[in-house]
Design a protein. Structure first.
Length: 422
């Protein structure tokens, strides 16, 4: 199967591009706008409309394979590639990617994805978002050719077994963490609420505001949740506790243990507890934090996120047991085969694999990551795109249910065929 033509189009993401550095420095919100001057390169404002680039591969079979080039909400910080703007990167795709792909023969997804991910232009790799989008389309092409789900393509080429159950989904609330938490409880989302605690003002100078919110959330679950609903409580704190407690792991551990008591009987996950400004410093601080939590007998699950941007980073955090779980932020890893390998590597090291993505993604990129998560039996996946809860959860939930239903149907008909042959 060959690619006859590459077609590209500008698109909208499911959320926004936000300048995290400006937000942490004190940029204030006015309604949905975030005021102030951007400090991260590429950001025209502190909050910018999310953009994507649609990739369409016209195949010699007459089919069209789809992918979405996206970059995460907080692009351009903690070692990530810059904001992905259509007007900036579509010309680059037309000039450099189009000649490479048109006429390219696709044999296996893995082979084509690895090849494209290594393409160099002027001595540098293409933007991670471009590699992410094109490799999605390559996976889609193989699935179309073989008339199977994308999960089946991944499982066949990587020797994995597709999950026979739903992968737990973590919903994202944005700053609307009260109303959106109600939506999550009503829909029995397995992990809630993420929370977007990205500034000291939201966590509190001593962490008291986060504790107050957690008390409210637990009461809300008990008051309105079903009796058998026991969600994971996942709080993304963007390194703020490390800042509050001067990266003193003993103080941080005591604080998180206190939150664990508030969250009981629901398991507590803390994402990105520390950010020292670089990968190794952040990783080493988290290694010591895990030791301090263990000494207290705490079962709080610590998740690595910021500064864990590449396959090599994920391996480094896993090898050094710097977290109980690693968020594999798929767009940051470029070609999606890297995310597949990251999930498999983490699990081989006894570290949980959270296959993330971005609220700024699309329905296409979301469905691809769902298939990847099912094929690799990831421990958790994001609710995406957007942060309104309902729309993103619908896309993730429905795609997982479709994959499960298709595989059950195939097993049933395979058994019927065997029975008939006898």
């Amino acid at each position: 199967m060959r690619i006859n033509k590459l077609i590209v189009a500008p698109g909208l993401g499911g959320y926004y591009f936000d300048d995290l550095a400006a937000i942490k420095a004190g940029a204030k919100s006015d309604g949905y706008f975030i005021l102030g001057t951007p400090v991260t390169e590429g950001h025209k404002k502190v909050r910018n409309s999310g953009e994507t680039i649609s990739i369409m591969l016209a195949l010699d079979t007459g089919d069209v394979a789809l992918g979405s080039c996206v970059a995460i909400q907080y692009s351009g910080v903690v070692g990530r590639d810059p904001i992905l703007l259509a007007e900036r990167y579509i010309p680059e795709i037309e000039q450099y990617v189009k000649p490479l792909l048109e006429g390219h023969e696709i044999t296996t997804f893995k082979k084509s994805s690895e090849w494209f991910d290594k393409v160099m232009v002027d001595g540098k790799k293409l933007h991670t978002g471009i590699r992410y989008g094109v490799t999605q389309a390559l996976l889609d092409a193989v699935a179309i050719r073989d008339k199977v789900t994308q999960a089946e393509v991944v499982a066949k080429e990587y020797g994995t077994i597709i999950s026979e159950k739903m992968i737990p989904v973590l919903a994202q609330s944005s700053d609307n963490r009260y109303l959106n938490a109600d939506k999550m409880i009503m829909k029995r989302v397995p992990a809630i609420p993420q929370g977007l605690f990205n500034h000291v003002d939201k966590v509190g100078p001593k962490g008291e505001k986060l504790a107050e919110y957690l008390q409210w959330l637990i009461k809300r679950i008990k008051d309105f949740g079903d009796a058998d609903y026991f969600p994971i409580i996942d709080l993304d704190v963007y390194g703020i506790p490390g800042k509050i407690f001067d990266h003193d792991v003993h103080k941080m551990a005591e604080y998180f243990s206190g939150l664990e008591k508030i969250a009981y009987p629901y398991p507590l996950v803390i994402e990105c507890p520390s950010d020292t400004g670089d990968r190794d410093g952040t990783m080493n601080n988290m290694i010591e934090l895990l030791k301090a939590l263990k000494a207290l007998g705490s079962k709080v699950c610590i998740t690595a996120d910021d500064w864990c941007n590449t396959l090599e980073d994920c391996k480094c955090f896993a090898d050094n047991h710097a977290a109980h779980m690693i968020q594999i932020k798929a767009p940051d890893l470029g070609g999606i085969h890297n995310s597949i390998e990251a999930v498999m590597y983490c699990k081989s090291k006894g570290v949980k694999a959270f296959l993330g993505g971005t609220c700024n993604g699309t329905d296409i990129s979301t469905r691809v990551t769902v298939n990847m998560a099912m094929a690799t039996s990831a421990d958790m996946i994001y609710n995406k795109p957007g942060m309104g809860v309902d729309e993103g959860y619908m896309i993730v939930y429905n795609e997982m249910q479709r994959v499960l239903a298709i595989l059950r149907a195939k097993k049933y008909w395979d058994k019927k065929k065997v029975s008939a042959a006898r």
